[in-house]
Design a protein around this ligand. Structure first.
Ligand code: PGA
Length: 246
């Protein structure tokens, strides 16, 4: 079953006190019976305090593929799990660009998540030049082929996909609903071909300058199962507005 998910990606923002206030205000502003699963991808240092709230799905923004070892400054899946993280973002374009994470390194992370039965959101998406040359679909296919095609049909249940065109992240430029539909339908067709029914049921989120003005149009696209939200997740009232756009 495709699940509706609205995920906040705070990136490297907010203090411990602000994070706690955000969660309190979010809980009082959202209905218990809201049909969408909400997730909070918080900086590692806030995971433990936020996941004390058992109703909130709190996730990590990054993990290292190794279980332990001499990797100063990195964090392992057993560590984030031990403080309450329920999932992780893999392959965000900021990790790919600023920290040179390659598709083959991301495959290692995906394999580590599977070994730990740890759910993950795999992010993919093209840069502006690739889009302008009309090569975006083959570019995305290659990202998926390299990092996730090794999964077995059972492991596919751990995965959510986020399509995030790099040119739309934090830029205020949003893909049109036609562009979003095209890519989401394409990703779903690849997943279905590769993994059968389990692939067809993977949730595919859109990310990239989603805001209160465009959310309703995006979330009502037939192949869009929710959103991964950066800028508009920092202010809890903006995020609540997005929650009411489903
Ligand atoms: P944005 O970020 O909403 O600020 O464009 C989305 C993301 O990076 O996940």
């Amino acid at each position: 079953m495709r699940k509706k998910i609205l995920a906040a990606n705070w990136k490297m923002n907010l203090s411990a006190i602000e994070a706690q206030e955000w969660l309190t205000q979010f809980k009082s502003g959202v209905s218990d019976r809201h049909p969408v699963e909400f997730r909070l991808y918080a900086p590692h240092v806030f995971i433990q305090q936020l996941s004390a709230d058992e109703e909130m799905h709190v996730g990590a923004q990054n993990v290292h593929p190794a279980d332990f070892g001499a990797f100063t400054g990195e964090i392992a899946i057993p560590q984030v799990k031990s403080v309450g993280a329920q999932s992780v973002l893999i392959g965000h374009s900021e990790r790919r660009t600023y920290f040179q994470e390659s598709d083959s390194f991301l495959k290692e992370k995906v394999d580590a998540c599977c070994a730990h039965l740890f759910p993950f959101i795999f992010c993919c998406g093209e840069d502006l030049q690739t889009r302008e040359m009309g090569n975006h679909l083959s570019f995305i296919q290659k990202q998926l082929e390299t990092a996730i095609f090794q999964l077995n049909p059972q492991e596919v249940f751990l995965m959510t996909i986020a399509y995030e065109p790099i040119w739309a992240i934090g830029t205020g430029l949003t893909a049109t609903t036609n562009q979003i539909n095209e890519v989401h339908a394409f990703i779903r067709s690849i997943l279905t071909k590769e993994f059968g029914e389990n692939g067809a049921n993977v949730s595919i989120l859109y990310g990239g300058s989603v805001n209160e003005g465009n959310a309703q149009g995006i979330f009502s696209c037939p192949d869009v199962d929710g959103g991964l939200i950066g800028g508009a997740s920092l202010n809890v009232f903006d995020f609540l507005e997005l929650a009411s756009s489903f």
